[in-house]
Design a protein around this ligand. Sequence first.
Ligand SMILES: Nc1ncnc2c1ncn2[C@@H]1O[C@H](COP(=O)(O)OP(=O)(O)OP(=O)(O)O)[C@@H](O)[C@H]1O
Length: 328
Amino acid sequence: MIEVSGLRKTYGDFAAVVGSEFEIDRGEIFGVVGPNGAGKTTTLKMLAGLIEPTAGTATVAGYDAGDPEMRHQLGFLPEESPLYEDMTARSYLRFFADLYDVPRDVASDRIESTLDRLELEYRDRRLGDVSKGMKRKVAIARSLVNDPDVLIYDEPASGLDPLTTNSVLEFTEELREEDKTVVFSAHNLYHVESVCDRVVIMNEGRIIARGSVAEIREEHGDTTYHVYSDIDLPETELTADGRHRAVVETMADVEELQDAAKAAGGSVTDIRTDEPSLESIFLELTGQQMPSPRTATGTDAASEAGGDDAEPMPDASEEPPSQPEGPQ
Ligand SMILES: Nc1ncnc2c1ncn2[C@@H]1O[C@H](COP(=O)(O)OP(=O)(O)OP(=O)(O)O)[C@@H](O)[C@H]1O
């Protein structure tokens, strides 16, 4: 569904993206992760045809990224998605559906069912008066008004309260069930771990790891084994709950412990594996810390309830350039 080859973007002497290569299958949720400045947004914008690559190619649904025909197959959610605050969710989405020439009755059904699935209340409330989480959901609904096959979401759940974050991630998974292809960038590795089929980890413009989370774990992370025995051994320590435990890194070490326990007249009673989190692998690969899920999701619950965190009125020109121009 998406093919990227030798994709590169430079600004003067600075390379924001350096020769990316990847393919994304139809119906896949594909994560692009990395620290600030890694090149995630630049990559996504090149896929969406919003930034012209300096070199290389990106094709989406068989079209070159940037081909106007491709836009009909694509829904793009920018990292910041200021909306027309004087419109309601319904009127805003109808407006975009009209711009995409979606027949009125089809648009109404699609908009209502999308808003139902996103559990969006206050559909007739002024967008300037709704919470950040609701605005994000409206922006997500906007990405679907033309029923595209490919969704490119830049940090879809960033800065949302945990409840809204879960609802957005679950919604993303539902899109996969409809055979839509979703590419999303994230700071928060928990988001990636929970929904992505495959990921690329970027750092300083380069892809430094790729694959399913399990594959990345296998290739870059060290699994440790927690071995519990019913007898004290030189390798074991006493845990808080009074058990003898050794922490080792290979199965050969586990077998040695089993032999040692047996030789001492005891036995190994339990073996648990401790898999490294994507977060710790990421830290090792990039040397950079990612925000914890708690920090990254933020706490927007109050604003979700009260809707008193209205963002400043955006200029209409701040609308993402991938979408048709709005009312001025
Ligand atoms: N128009 C531009 N001119 C010059 N440099 C740019 C431009 N756009 C992006 N960059 C630089 O390219 C690098 C990659 O930026 P990008 O926005 O793609 O990173 P990112 O991984 O999305 O980061 P973040 O998580 O902070 O959004 C950054 O160092 C950024 O400063």
